[in-house]
Ligand binder design. Structure first.
Ligand code: UDP
Length: 318
């Protein structure tokens, strides 16, 4: 008879955009899931449909406070990820990344069989001088700027993962996640994808920061999560970091035009000042992910945007 023992997962930031999709996917993969969230940028609506599942538990807690759970795998996602959220409470952002990583690594230290996936970010490359970004590029981050609380917090979390691994031989995997989009992004998150869709659906002006020539590479959440599941299965000596993102690079102006076309909106583009330290180009080199995970994104931007637009139509009742 097949074993009925379920593996247990802890998903921090489990009520957020990516975290809630991870919870849902892990439940489908027969895990018991603990979702830990302080609901700062997490949203109860994202997990409401999971609450009836007896294999799903919610813990309301700040990741920066000590926590322990007997789990087989930790997906450490807890941290506000959109510039407006993480810049509003920068010290809280740093504590979530740094104290949060220590708290999770302490669990792994006491349970050597537990694997931790650390959500890092393309922001560790700052405003990159090397293009596309490979994992061995050390980055160009302004440690004093308004984005530093997120960028440096995540960089420190990577350092902690490596130091815990070196000192205590814990099992960690560092995923550098590039721009990810899809249903359950917050409508007022301030991100390009969510702002443009909401503005287009409401017939409001589309706010282009700068001249719209800055680039990003957008990955649909299902592709991103497929990579996470493969990453936790890699051999114990594989720590990363590993870029998880879509190498299809577009300008922010092009993104806005696509969203206007797909929504059939009459919105006009307006130019607004470019935020300080806003990266001018960003695109992952995913050679390592292709080799190590046999993974690459499958969902074309237009298809993912259509699904995201349908979600926002529901949320906005339009
Ligand atoms: N952006 C924009 N208008 C908006 C929101 C964002 O032009 O209403 C730009 C932003 O300045 C950045 C890019 O879109 O250059 C992506 O921003 P987002 O916040 O989505 O992601 P991140 O900057 O964290 O990569």
């Amino acid at each position: 008879m097949p074993s009925m023992i379920r593996r247990r997962a802890l998903v921090t930031g489990g009520a957020g955009f990516i975290g809630s999709h991870v919870c849902e996917r892990l439940l489908k993969e027969n895990y018991e899931v603990i979702c830990l969230d302080n609901f700062y940028s997490g949203n109860k609506e994202n997990i409401r449909h999971l609450l009836q599942n007896t294999h799903f538990e919610v813990v309301r807690q700040d990741i920066a406070d000590p926590y322990f759970a007997e789990v087989d795998v930790i997906y450490n996602f807890a941290c506000a990820a959109s510039p407006i959220h993480y810049q509003k409470h920068p010290i809280q952002t740093l504590r979530a990344s740094v104290s949060g990583a220590i708290n999770m690594l302490e669990i792994v230290r006491h349970r050597p069989e537990t694997i931790m996936l650390q959500a890092s970010t393309s922001e560790v490359y700052g405003d990159p001088k090397v293009h596309p970004q490979r994992e061995d590029y050390l980055g160009n981050v302004n440690s004093l700027g308004p984005r530093a609380c997120y960028d440096e917090g995540k960089r420190c979390a990577e350092t902690l993962c490596y130091d815990y691994h070196r000192q205590y031989d814990v099992q960690v995997k560092i995923a550098r996640i590039f721009n990810t989009y899809g249903p359950r992004m917050l409508p007022h998150d301030g991100r390009a994808v969510s702002n443009f869709i909401v503005q287009a659906l409401k017939g409001e002006d589309i706010t282009i920061y700068g001249d719209g020539s800055q680039t990003r590479s957008f990955c649909f959440h299902t592709d991103t999560i497929n990579a996470f599941l493969k990453l936790v299965e890699t051999p114990a000596d594989f720590i990363g970091p590993i870029n998880i993102g879509n190498p299809h690079e577009i300008t922010i102006g092009e993104l806005a035009e696509s969203i206007i076309r797909l929504t059939g909106s009459k919105s006009k583009l307006i130019k607004m000042p470019l935020p300080q330290d806003d990266p001018t180009r960003r695109c992952p080199d995913i050679t390592l992910a292709k080799k190590q995970l046999q993974w690459e994104p499958k969902v074309p931007l237009e298809e993912g945007l259509k699904e995201t637009i349908a979600y926002f139509k529901l949320v906005l009742g339009s």
